[in-house]
Design a protein around this ligand. Structure first.
Ligand code: NAP
Ligand code: ZN
Length: 347
């Protein structure tokens, strides 16, 4: 299928216009014309090959919303014209125990990413900085028309990646929860933790985000460079969600966990994390991680957002500002997710 988007040709090249072919849609596939696509920090990590193994040319983008333009003959969930969303995953084996449990992101055969991956048939996948996407209906989500469509896009990655661990660790009323890093993931983690009824403390390196953090639902905001402010929270948290994209000292946060408290990493800096065993054995603490979420939970999250009127706080930009947006994300100058407007994608 003829397609057009923006790609990087190598880890040092800028994003530029790119014509490419997607695989032809099959009987179970949905074709989605892309109206909006969020910019995730994972797009930058992969475009710049910070995790290794990047496939070029690469069309990034896995926070995709749009409308359905074609459906295969076996598709039952969608018809032409429906709103639809595609996130980080476009293929899994559907036969392993994790897939059967609805945790397709942990497929033992390996989940196929929306871009920078090869599907099981060997086709390279291309992401949402483009005019359309093809995916089996199992990986396509229903979107409520009640919400601002552009602001829904980031829910497909930043939303589910924070919703899933907060649900898994049963965050809610009576729990003290920390969110580290107020970027795309962090601001969604903050909104969800607040919405679930927890007492939420936002940690940030950016003093200019304090007022925003309070408006987004933080009960307290701590500047993580302020050692005295940090010390006041020692041994007090049930759960901390670390959404930071760059290397930082996690021992400072481990030391804030109470008995049986857990620190969950969702941020993916390229460097290994150094931990102190003493920080872990004290209070029987857990250090863990979490990756996006399964298809059933992604739909649950989208439906929850429609019910509670939760969307991402976005800065809607044209394709001419892609490079500027990347530079600002890397500088932590994002409030709080850039979203590309498909109307500005011109051949
Ligand atoms: P982002 O919008 O750039 O936010 C990252 C935030 O981290 C920044 O806004 C900043 O917040 C903080 N930060 C940055 N550099 C820091 C440093 N040196 N020390 C301390 N804090 C720093 O990124 P994102 O899109 O939310 O993604 C965050 C991370 O999650 C990325 O590594 C991404 O690849 C990863 N990710 C993982 C999954 C998953 O499934 N686990 C899914 C999506 C993304 P403050 O200004 O508040 O300090
Ligand atoms: Zn992402």
């Amino acid at each position: 299928m003829k397609s057009f988007g923006y790609a990087v040709e190598s880890k040092t090249s800028a994003l530029g216009p790119f014509h490419f072919d997607r695989r032809e849609p099959g009987p179970k596939d949905v074709v989605v014309a892309i109206d909006y696509c969020g910019i995730c920090h994972s797009d930058i990590h992969q475009a710049r090959d910070e995790w290794g193994g990047s496939i070029y040319p690469m069309v990034p983008g896995h926070e995709i919303v749009g409308h359905v333009t074609a459906v295969g003959k076996d598709v039952t969930k969608f018809k032409v014209g429906d709103l639809a969303g595609v996130g980080v995953t476009v293929e899994t084996c559907m036969a392993c125990e994790n897939c059967k449990a609805g945790e397709e992101q942990y497929c033992t055969k390996g989940m196929v990413g929306t871009y920078n991956a090869k599907d099981y048939a060997g086709n390279v996948t291309y992401g949402g900085y483009s005019d359309n996407v093809v995916a089996p209906e199992h990986y396509v989500h229903t979107i409520s028309p009640k919400l601002d469509l552009a602001a829904v896009a980031p829910l497909l990655c930043a939303g589910i990646t924070t919703y899933s661990p907060l649900r898994h660790w049963k965050v809610g009323a009576g729990k003290k929860v920390g969110v580290v890093g107020l970027g795309g993931l962090g601001h969604m983690g903050l909104k969800f933790a607040h919405s679930f009824g927890a007492h939420v403390v936002q940690f940030t390196t950016s003093e200019n985000k304090i007022e925003d953090a309070k408006k987004l639902g933080a009960d307290e905001v701590v500047i993580s460079k302020d050692a005295d402010a940090m010390a006041k929270h020692a041994g007090s948290f049930d759960f901390i969600l670390d959404c930071v994209s760059a290397p930082h000292d996690i021992n400072a946060y481990l030391g804030m966990l109470r008995l049986d408290g857990a620190l969950c990493l969702v941020g993916l800096p390229e460097q290994p994390v150094a931990t102190s065993p003493f920080a872990l054995v004290t209070n029987r603490r857990s250090l863990s991680g979490s990756m996006i979420g399964g298809m059933r939970e992604t739909q649950e999250m989208l439906d929850y957002c429609a019910e509670k009127n939760i969307v991402s706080d976005i800065e809607l930009i044209g394709y001419d500002r892609l490079e500027e947006a990347y530079a600002r994300v890397v500088k932590s100058d994002v409030k709080y997710r850039f979203v590309l407007d498909g109307k500005t994608l011109k051949k």
